[in-house]
Design a protein around this ligand. Sequence first.
Ligand SMILES: [Zn+2]
Ligand SMILES: [Zn+2]
Length: 265
Amino acid sequence: MPMSAKFSARRYFLTPGQIESSSIARLISSLSSIAMEGDCLLCAAASPASPVCPPCTDSLPVLGDACPICAMPTWNAQVCGQCRSKAPDFDRTVAAWPYDYPIDRLIHSLKFRHHLELARWFAEALVAKLSLPNPTIVAMPLHHSRLAERGFNQALEIARLIATRAGGKLLPFAVERHHKTRLQSELPLADRGGNVRGAFRSRQSFAGETIVVVDDVMTSGATLNELARTLKQAGAKQVVNIVAARTLPYRETSRGHRQYEPENP
Ligand SMILES: [Zn+2]
Ligand SMILES: [Zn+2]
């Protein structure tokens, strides 16, 4: 269901009684306040302080125990089998939510419908999960042609606000994406590592530093891994990913619901 279809009729229509008792001035005033008021992007209730209202925020899907390296669900937050058999180039991943409804809609609204107010909302959630004081932050870079298409880099917008809130240092030009890669979502998982190989170039040394990499979604982790590899080649000691949403494996239940499957120990 499109988000716009999930609106609250209560707020958008006046009852006949209200219209009868309203002067034209009051009617205009209430209509203009509706237009100017901040509405929750999910339920359309009044939410002047945040693009997602507190009840919708509280009902978002939760990411449970997960591998500390790649954020894939595991029992008791153990390191997953994949990270144990071949450790990735990044050292830790912090994810706020599973990439599922309605987080997928919110990320789409930020990227493609220019709801830039969501960058602040994502940043606030991520700062709460980031335990590093004064972090040095790099946002997942976009190739300049994709930046020209979209007009902004959503990861950089989130990273900028995380840096402000966490008292960190943002390095917006430290790494560039010099290969235009195919969209990872168009490729099978097995081909994603090769697609991004050599995609980034570091413009500075990160000798001995811990770098926090900000991205909106982590799917296979191949792009984040390639960025971590580039940062480590430039001297970074540790790379910590912080992502709004993590794509998870799931199975369909007999009732047609999706259920996440933590990896068995
Ligand atoms: Zn809401
Ligand atoms: Zn893992």
